[in-house]
Design a protein around this ligand. Structure first.
Ligand SMILES: [Zn+2]
Ligand SMILES: [Zn+2]
Length: 152
């Protein structure tokens, strides 16, 4: 789902109609808050519901999936989505020097997407921005400044 979302998100930014009539609503939040993770047009939200349901649907088709697992999937998904829209940095010092920075994004990482628009497109895994050459070069600097309490 991550690489599909990465490509879809880049399309939302590069396709003039899709950006102007749908994705721009999410980007009205230059200063992000957890509620920002729910601000979409109806059709954009519907497209995400379809996309983000695919793993559960495919898994259910292949092996079956319990309602508990489905609940945990959507709970973790919403928690990670809200995490990316925190207007503060909660990850520990040194996180940007570890390989984990490519596995799970930080609030600073996604905040740069809202500020720069054409960088940091990933859903939760920055490795796809690394592979696509779209990592904002200021991400590490913003992380350090956020840890010091400086709002950029
Ligand atoms: Zn975007
Ligand atoms: Zn966002």
């Amino acid at each position: 789902m991550e690489p599909v979302y990465y490509g879809y998100h880049r399309l939302l930014h590069s396709h003039r109609y899709l950006y102007k009539h749908h994705h721009i609503i999410h980007h009205l939040s230059v200063v992000v808050q957890p509620i920002t993770s729910y601000t979409f047009t109806f059709l954009e939200r519907l497209s995400y519901t379809l996309l983000f349901s695919l793993p559960a649907i495919l898994l259910n088709f292949i092996t079956g999936i319990s309602l508990e697992a489905l609940f945990v999937y959507y709970l973790v998904f919403d928690a990670l989505n809200s995490l990316g829209h925190l207007n503060t940095e909660i990850f520990p010092d040194g996180y940007q020097q570890s390989f984990l920075k490519w596995v799970l994004y930080t609030p600073s990482f996604h905040r740069q997407h809202h500020k720069r628009y054409i960088k940091n497109y990933c859903l939760f895994m920055p490795i796809f921005d690394k592979l696509g050459g779209t990592v904002c070069p200021h991400t590490e600097e913003v992380f350090v400044q956020a840890k010091k309490g400086y709002k950029r």
